[in-house]
Each structure stands twice: as C-alpha cells, then as structure tokens.
Design a protein around this ligand. Structure first.
Ligand code: AMP
Ligand code: MG
Length: 496
C-alpha cells in the first residue's frame, strides 16, 4: 500500500481529464528502503515545491513511489511508436508513472513523472524498474542539456530503492523524478492513428494545442499549424544537438516529444573526437541513429507524425498527403538555417557570407580526418580569436597539426572581414562553445563509483560542474579533457 501524503505539490492535472483510453490509472509500487541521492532544489522551487520538504521523509517517500501526494492522479500514458523503423502499435509507459501536472512560478505547466516506479499495464515483459546507472546518467545528462540551453526534460530528483534489479547482473535500483513540459510523443499520436481512432488523434491534438501552442487555436487549420510548429521545434532541436556533439542514440518515434524537448536519455553520448558516423549505443547495430544521421531520422519521425495527423489535415486522404508533403518540405531549410547559423556563431562570425559554409565544412572535415576533439576544438577557437598565440593548444588536438594551420589562415582572413573587439568575440564564442559537456568516460566513472563503492560524491561534483558549461572553471579543468586512450567509452547501453 502506498501512503497518502498531505498536500505539498500543487497539482493541477489536465492529461487525466482526457478519455479513458489515453492512459491507465496506476499507482507506483512501493520500494523496500528509499534513500535520497539528490534533489534539484532550484527546479523544485520553480515548480512551487519546498525543496526542504522534497528532501525530507515525506518528499523522499513520494519520490520513491511509497506515498502518493494529495492531488496526484498517477497514471501510465498509452503510446505506440516506430522502434528502429519497425511499427509497434502498443508501447506505453512500462516503467514510468505520471503523478500529475503543476504550474510553475514562471506560469508554465509541467509534468512530474516517476521513472522506474514499478509495473504498469504497459510493462509487457519488463519489471517496471530502473537500474541506478541509467538513473544517474539521465539526471546528469538532462541537467547538462538544460544548462547548455537546449530544450530538454529535467531531473527533479533521484532516489535509491534499496532493492536490486536483475539485468545482466543484479544492480541497485533507482527512481528518477522527471519533469517535462509534457510527455506527449509522436508515438502518442501514433497510438490512436494505428487504431484508426481519428477522434482520439483529434482530442490529443486539441490537448497539445491548448497546452503547448494556444496561439494556433485561431489558425485557419490548427492541425496543419501544429504540424508546422512541431517540425520547427524538432528541426531547431536537432540542430542544437549537432552543435554540441550530442547523440541521442535511440530516436524512435516514441522518444520524440512534440514539445520539442529532448526526452528519454538512454544510450545517449557526446562526441569526443569529431566523427559524423559515431555510434555508441550497443543496440544500434546498423548506425541508424549515428550522430550525422540524426537530422534525416528526425525528418523520418516527423513524416510518421504527419501520417498520424493525416485525417485532420484535409477531408480527402490525397489532399492530406499533399499538405503533409508541403509542410514537411520546410524541415530541411529550417534545420539548415539553425545548424549553419549555429556553426557561424561557433566560428565567431556575426555576419553572413556565402563562403562561411565552406569554411565551417572545411574545419569539420579537418577535425574528422584528424580525430580532433569536437568540444575542445571549438572552445579553444575562442582563444585563437585573440591571436595566433592561441594556436598551439588547438594544433595539439589534430593528428596532423598542419591541417589546422591551413584552415586557420582562411579563418583569420574571414574574421578580418568583420572587425570586432577580440575579447568581445572570444566572449561571444565562449557563450556558444561549451567547455564542459557530460563526457562519456566521466558519466561512466560516476556510475561506477556509485555502484561499486556507494560513493555519490563524484556524481554530485559532475552535476555541479555541468551546471556552468560555458564558464571556465579552472578548479575543474580536468572535466574538460577528453578521455585518455584507456578511458575511452566505445559503447553505451540503455540498461533498461
Ligand atoms: P525506452 O527504450 O526506454 O524508450 O523504452 C521503450 C519501451 O519499453 C517503453 O514502452 C518503456 O516503457 C518500455 N520499458 C523499458 N524498460 C522497461 C522496464 N524495465 N519495464 C517495463 N517496461 C520497460
Ligand atoms: Mg522511451
């Protein structure tokens, strides 16, 4: 039995008001011995939750699923999806439970969800639980993404369950409390579309418009406008991913949020050396979700979204298809504008010239051929913008330093064409080129310390450093370094 916890989270739920077939009401399953790992105090405050309460016994009981707070209406959301290209008509929250929604101090509505909180009617053969490692990874990486300024779900808290979960070995169990502007996915639309339930698709679209895009209610055709809006958000998002070297790893349509937030951090990873073909996820055998494939895959996912919306786009299917194709055509230009605009900023350019794309491409080409570290190359360009004394640290990143020299000559000529105070240029560049990303070997190390030694100090330190990715933090300079050869992480696992 879960205990009732008096009102301490200001829930105001809307998803629970949708028709019954949208979800299954289900309470979290209590765990043996909840123990708090970390509470995100700033985020709690934003949500109107007292951080001290959340970190106290009642709060931890809620976070572990041992108590259901007043006003919560726990439920598992129904969804479908395409996994690695294969149609799966029913997935749903198999190990996550939506507690409810709150309106934060900023006036924005957000979901609070527990991940790893026990079985639901959608669990299929799974145990509904999460192992500690993936909980820590999602906490650290999602919070790093937020600090980088990239739309993402957030981590509100992580707890240990005091139970083990059986994966390849027995591992400590954890629960992540996750916050999202909503957990509605492309796959949520597909759930209804795959059943021919047009009323369901419409009710969901109306809910999404009311929640995320109320301005579209006035559009001539709100559903076409919604498709366009989601295309724009997702095009911008994937551009932001590429610009920081992020690889989602499992961009199935059920892991693609219509809010435009990064969601479901499984076998995700950041590039060390620049390599467009980089794949880390152990389950991505064919490299479908490789770093450089992500824009194309997103377009594929958005095409599935358009298919789900088809009956709402026009009365006749053929007309709907024509509309969808027309709207989807905007994805490429939108992505390119965001990506190339971002690359220009990374190079310290404030104006636009045709040859800039070639210049950026030549750098990426040289980085790829010379295994140059993606993050450090761009970060150190800020120093090189001050003058050639910055070049030595950059050259050292290239297997053949002459490859950098040749490019730097062209770059400096281009910079000279738009005079700017070098210190101001460096500051602008450092504001878009992070020093600190959640490097895979660091993430693995904090997981290892937690599992092997019950030591969470490295996790806390990593999260603290990653909260200020654009600041030089000299005391933590080691966190900016790429892995040594023996530290390199070649494979990541979703570890579900
Ligand atoms: P993911 O790969 O984490 O996006 O999950 C894909 C699907 O598998 C979703 O429907 C999840 O809810 C479900 N799932 C993943 N892990 C588990 C688990 N341990 N127990 C039950 N369902 C799970
Ligand atoms: Mg998922």
């Amino acid at each position: 039995m879960t205990a009732a916890i008096p009102f301490a989270i200001p829930f105001t739920n809307t998803y629970a008001r949708l028709p019954e077939r949208f979800f299954a009401p289900v309470a979290p399953t209590p765990v043996a011995a909840p123990r708090l790992i970390r509470v995100n105090r700033d985020l709690a405050g934003l949500l109107g939750i007292d951080p001290d309460w959340l970190a106290g016994p009642e709060g931890v009981a809620v976070l572990a699923g041992n108590g259901v707070p007043e006003g919560a209406e726990p439920l598992a959301m129904a969804y479908a999806g395409h996994q690695f290209g294969n149609r799966v008509p029913q997935l749903g929250d198999g190990r996550a439970i939506l507690l409810g929604e709150v309106i934060g101090r900023d006036g924005l509505r957000r979901d609070i969800q527990l991940k790893g909180s026990g079985p639901t009617p959608f669990s299929r053969r799974g145990d509904g639980r999460a192992a500690l490692g993936p909980v820590l990874r999602e906490y650290a990486v999602s919070e790093a993404m937020a600090a980088l300024g990239i739309p993402t779900t957030r981590a509100l808290a992580a707890v240990l369950t005091g139970e083990t979960v059986q994966r390849e070995t027995a591992l400590p169990g954890g629960v992540l409390a996750r916050v999202a502007s909503s957990h509605i996915r492309v796959g949520t639309f597909q759930f209804f579309a795959m059943r021919g339930d047009v009323d369901g698709v419409r009710a969901l679209a109306d809910h999404v418009i009311g929640r995320h895009d109320p301005d579209l209610a006035q559009a001539e055709n709100p559903y076409r406008a919604l498709l366009t809006r989601v295309i724009e958000r997702q095009a911008d998002l994937v551009a932001r991913w590429l610009l920081v070297g992020f690889i989602h790893g499992v961009m199935n349509t059920d892991n693609c949020a219509v809010s435009g937030e990064t969601i479901d951090f499984g076998p995700c990873a950041f590039l060390d050396a620049y390599d467009p073909a980089a794949v880390f996820s152990a389950i991505d055998e064919n490299g479908r979700y490789a770093y450089g494939n992500q824009p194309g895959i997103l377009h594929w996912n958005l095409t599935r979204f358009a298919e789900a919306l088809l009956p709402l786009l026009a009365p006749e299917t053929e007309d709907g298809i024509a509309v969808a194709q027309d709207l989807l055509a905007a994805f490429g230009p939108r992505f390119e504008a965001a990506y190339y605009g971002g690359l220009r900023a990374k190079l310290g350019l404030a104006t636009v010239r045709d040859e800039d794309l070639e210049l950026a491409g030549a750098l990426l080409q040289a980085m790829s051929a010379n295994r140059a570290d993606f993050t450090l190359t761009f970060r150190r360009l800020g120093d090189a913008a001050l003058g050639p004394e910055g070049d030595a640290a950059l050259r050292a990143l290239f297997a053949d330093p002459a490859a950098y020299d040749a490019w730097a000559t062209r770059w400096r000529a281009r910079l000279a064409a738009e005079p700017m105070d070098p210190a101001a240029r460096r500051a602008a560049m450092n504001g878009v080129n992070p020093a600190f990303i959640p490097r895979n070997h660091r993430v693995e190390a904090v997981i290892e310390a937690a599992i092997a030694r019950d030591d969470f100090a490295p996790f806390h330190e990593l999260v603290t450093v990653l909260a200020r990715p654009y600041d030089d933090q000299p005391a933590f300079a080691a966190y900016a370094e790429p892995p040594q050869a023996h530290e390199r992480v070649l494979r990541t696992f979703c570890g579900t």
